[in-house]
Design a protein around this ligand. Structure first.
Ligand code: GAR
Length: 206
């Protein structure tokens, strides 16, 4: 079998997408190839990052499709048309239904900016995660890459990396540290791990 065909789903700035592109260029991501970037937001800078890297970039919005169901069907059609083996959620801010995730069981991974099971689930996304961590007063946070199932942030954990919280942190300074020291490292590593397992037709051992 050839390389695992990867689609990266994005909604915003796409720094995690960039980390994946960089990992592909440096050889960290070698068992998989990013063949599609799919955004649910037409003004996401991630789309420009994909184009700059020569990767097909597609935008499908819920608004245009009319309903969550139609939105997911349009995404599934685009993914199937391109024979996608692995879906990487990299700052994708829409919760996928059980119907969607069942079609790619153990084939969808997500990066979340906390140490799951802390500060995760519905309503915990982007800066809100770091606001909650600071409000609680934790001294260590981090990032998690996990498989996606029908429970938001509830699928099996693949990798985690801890990051310290410093006394003067703001949500933004903490977000930056978690991205630089955790997300941008473990997302490409996990994408490589899962891509190589798919290539060998194996599942992740616990
Ligand atoms: C990242 O911190 C990612 O972990 C988070 O959104 C940010 C997207 O940044 N995702 C979630 O909160 C998902 N629950 P990016 O567009 O620069 O990669």
């Amino acid at each position: 079998m050839g390389k695992t065909r990867i689609a990266v789903l994005v909604s915003g700035g796409g720094t995690n997408l960039q980390a994946l592109i960089d990992a592909q260029n440096s050889g960290v991501l070698k068992s998989g190839e990013i063949v599609l970037v799919l955004s649910n937001n037409s003004i996401a800078y991630a789309l420009a990052r994909a184009e700059n890297a020569g990767i097909e970039a597609l935008c499908i919005t819920k608004k245009e499709c009319g309903s969550q169901e139609a939105f997911e069907e349009a995404m599934l059609a685009a993914l199937k048309e391109r024979d996608i083996d692995l879906i990487v959620l990299a700052g994708f801010m829409s919760i996928l239904s059980g119907h969607f995730v069942k079609q790619y069981e153990n084939r969808i991974i997500n990066v979340h900016p906390s140490l799951i099971p802390s500060f995760c689930g519905k309503g915990f996304y982007g800066l809100k995660v770091h606001e909650a961590a600071l409000e609680y007063g934790v001294k260590v946070t981090g990032a998690t890459v996990h498989f996606v199932n029908e429970v938001p942030d509830g699928g099996r954990i693949i990798m985690q990396k801890a990051v310290p919280v410093l006394p003067d942190d703001t949500p933004k300074s903490l977000q930056k540290r978690v991205m630089e020291r955790a997300e941008w490292i473990i997302l490409p590593e996990a994408a490589e791990l899962v891509s190589s397992l798919i290539m060998q037709d194996k599942e992740l051992k616990s």
